[in-house]
Write a protein that binds this ligand. Structure first.
Ligand code: TRH
Length: 404
């Protein structure tokens, strides 16, 4: 790489729309740039309370602090006058402050300005990835950078050692036991089906719970605190089954073959262990969905709902890509459960069908993670940064020669 990353600086700007996905992606990228590549990263975020959920060591009252090798800045109405970094990342088209853009334009060596986009498996993404968008009035160009699942996209965020850490965890009973202890449980019996459930409010929850309650296998369902919790409570109230125990913030319910435990929201680095420890993961949004894919286990995606059902097109695009290579009946079983969970169809046998194909779905999930792992977003981003920077150098060089 041409640039010396050890002296390189990067500013990431993030506005929290709602939930944790925007800051989740930015925080992950920031840590990886700093930790694996030695880049000096400044993360500007407008909502420190949300950031604090992912990184509890952060103090939401501080305007400036360092967490895990990253400088965290509270981004409020008036951004102080600061020297822009060489690499500037505007996450999810959040609008950069005008004084910062003016300072970028004033630099002799212009920063490389990236708009990091949302993840989608739709076809058009390949055509838009890395497209330039010249500023209408200033000598600046912004580039679109699209994460994605194919080699012609920006790839997915993946820490260098993640898959090795996952495999070490899965192959080491002591590590797994330690994980269960941290959430206050004994290691579940081998024949218990362990499911994590991170989801938005979901009309399909009662029928899914019914299937687990009435099923042949014991199900331990771990629910991180969040938006689906009131519905979980309602399910047990409606069925007149009393809450089994309440222990501080930890709640436990049981009915038939189903036991539900509520977990506190854990810091972002620890969420992976929950996904690795479970047999099936229900995830949502963007970042947890990617982490479930790296876990290499069957998963069910609750996509972030958008106006006019545009999210269903995204869901279809991903499902089709993900199911490539699966036998038709296993693909159909996956489609059925995912459609039910996203309230877009799906028929009565959605859960039993999915379970029937468990082995094949498990192998497929493992292979899928392996297949995607060669396309890491952070390295792609740094390569792209270097290629733009080099291109500008050569343009400046030929301009200089012309002016000789
Ligand atoms: O929180 P989300 O619903 O975020 C969404 C999506 O990103 C969506 O695309 C975006 O438009 C919308 O927000 C505004 O789901 P997501 O993306 O999975 O983010 C959750 C983050 O929280 C992720 O980084 C994992 C992390 N997490 C923890 O750190 N600890 C936990 O205990 C859990 C359950 C999650």
């Amino acid at each position: 790489m041409k640039n010396d990353l050890a002296t390189m600086r990067c500013d990431i700007f993030c506005t929290v729309v709602d939930n944790y996905g925007d800051i989740g992606v930015c925080w992950r990228l920031a840590r990886q740039l700093a930790h694996e590549h030695g880049v000096a990263v400044r993360l500007w975020v407008d909502d420190l309370a949300s950031f604090n959920k992912l990184c509890p060591e952060a103090d939401a009252s501080l305007a400036q602090q360092h967490c895990r090798e990253v400088e965290i800045r509270h981004w409020n109405a008036q951004l102080p006058e600061v020297a822009p970094a060489q690499l500037v990342i505007e996450a999810f088209a959040c609008k950069l402050p005008e004084n910062y853009v003016a300072a970028m334009a004033a630099r002799e060596h212009k920063p490389v300005w990236i708009n990091l986009e949302y993840l989608s498996a739709e076809d058009w993404v390949e055509g838009c990835h890395e497209l330039p968008s010249p500023h209408p009035s200033l000598p600046l160009t912004k580039y679109f950078f699209f994460p994605g699942f194919t080699p012609k996209t920006g790839g997915l965020l993946l820490e260098r050692d993640l898959l090795a850490r996952r495999d070490a965890f899965l192959n080491n009973a002591a590590q797994r036991q330690a994980f269960w202890q941290t959430i206050g449980l004994e290691m579940p019996a081998a024949d218990t089906l362990k499911i994590s459930l991170f989801s938005y409010e979901n009309v399909a929850l009662p029928k899914l719970f019914d299937a687990w309650v009435q099923g042949a296998q014991t199900v331990l369902c771990l629910v991180p605190e969040g938006r689906i919790l009131p519905q979980v409570e309602q399910y047990f109230k409606d069925a007149s089954f009393d809450r089994l125990r309440t222990n501080g913030s930890k709640e436990v319910w049981q009915r038939g073959k189903l036991e539900v435990r509520v977990l506190p929201f854990v810091e972002q680095e620890r969420y992976d262990e929950l996904l690795w420890a479970c047999d099936i993961n229900f995830v949502r949004g963007e970042d947890s969905c990617v982490r479930a894919q790296w876990a290499g286990k069957p998963f069910v995606w609750h996509i972030y709902p958008q106006h006019d059902a545009v999210h269903l097109k995204k869901l279809r695009a991903f499902t089709e890509l993900y199911c490539t290579g699966l036998p038709p009946d296993a693909a159909q079983a996956l489609h059925g459960l995912w459609a039910t969970w996203n309230d877009s169809g799906g028929s009565g046998q959605f859960w039993d069908n999915f379970r029937k194909h468990n082995n094949i779905l498990r192998h497929h999930a493992h292979d899928w993670a392996q297949q995607l792992s060669g396309n890491g977003l952070t390295l792609n981003l740094l390569d792209f940064f270097n290629s733009i920077d080099r291109m500008r150098d050569s343009q400046n060089f030929s301009l200089d020669r012309h002016s000789l």
